[in-house]
Design a binder for this molecule. Structure first.
Ligand SMILES: Nc1ncnc2c1ncn2[C@@H]1O[C@H](COP(=O)(O)OP(=O)(O)OP(=O)(O)O)[C@@H](O)[C@H]1O
Length: 258
């Protein structure tokens, strides 16, 4: 690969992941021959039909599952396990929040694990709670929060640990349309302020075009791969009524029309 490795860039070469099926001797490839370079600080979208292997690819980058063959690197380091340079934001915030901790305690959890002094924890959690728009809700417990608020807590907690790379697995998929739109706008604002590398998984073309600088199209599985990559040459915030937005939407839609 010719690109010069950046510390928070992601480099994937000839990546394969297979699961052996019980009873069947043959390997079943979920993803096959995936090649991708994501630059440090880039907002990259993985777009593909349900079940094609988007989460599997994200899990390989996160180090949650091991590859069958090929390479996944962050900077010059091969990914072998989860690391503090990468954080995952899941669709279901519920499963990642501790129900017995309030908003502030949830956000500070990782910082407490790192044994940061209380005053530093407080400063960091204040910053990110306010960045995600939750100031004033610090004392609330997850059961007292809406789905959108829980997703904000998850985001604030991830951001407070300051990973260079955010891996987001359909994080707004379970939210109502209005909350989803607000969260999309805020995520773009946060990304522009923090300059993190983002890989965002979705099967929604509009969401992909609202958020991403580039969009990688994954083919339907099995043996899914990234077939095409689109540049999105539109400035932020993206305008749904922009004719170029429509043109790109239609062009990308053609990949999924049968
Ligand atoms: N541990 C596993 N063992 C066997 N098969 C698996 C395993 N994990 C995922 N798969 C299979 O891999 C394929 C891709 O799953 P994955 O969750 O990555 O797709 P996805 O594109 O994220 O789907 P969705 O958009 O519906 O979330 C599916 O057919 C799934 O059944």
């Amino acid at each position: 690969m010719s690109a010069v490795p950046q510390t928070n860039g992601i480099y994937i070469e000839q990546l394969n992941k297979s699961f052996s099926q019980p009873g069947a001797g043959e390997l079943h490839y979920i993803i096959q021959d995936v090649n991708l370079t994501v630059k440090g600080g880039e907002f990259f979208i993985l777009l593909g039909p349900s079940g094609c292997g988007k989460s599997t690819l994200l899990s390989l980058i996160a180090g949650f599952v091991s590859k069958t063959s090929g390479q996944v690197k962050v900077g010059e380091r091969e990914v072998e396990r989860p690391g503090q340079d990468r954080a995952v934001v899941f669709q279901q915030a519920d499963s990642s929040l501790f129900p017995w901790l309030n908003v502030r305690e949830n956000v500070e959890f990782g910082l407490r694990m790192k044994r940061m002094p209380a005053s530093v924890r407080r400063e960091i959690s204040d910053r990110y709670i306010s960045l995600v728009g939750l100031a004033g809700h610090e004392q609330k417990f997850p059961r007292e929060l809406s789905g959108g608020m829980k997703q904000r807590v998850q985001l604030a907690r991830v951001l407070s640990n300051d990973p260079a790379i955010l891996l987001m697995d359909e994080p707004f998929g379970a939210l109502d349309a209005m909350t989803r739109r607000t969260m999309q706008r805020e995520l773009v604002n946060i990304w522009r302020k923090t300059n993190k590398t983002v890989i965002f998984v979705t099967h929604d073309i509009q969401e992909a075009l609202l958020l991403g600088e580039r969009i990688g199209i994954m083919s339907a599985g099995p043996s899914s791969r990234i077939t095409d990559i689109y540049d999105v040459p539109l400035s932020y915030p993206r305008d749904l009524s922009d004719p170029e937005f429509h043109r790109l939407h239609n062009q990308i839609q053609e990949h999924f029309d049968d």
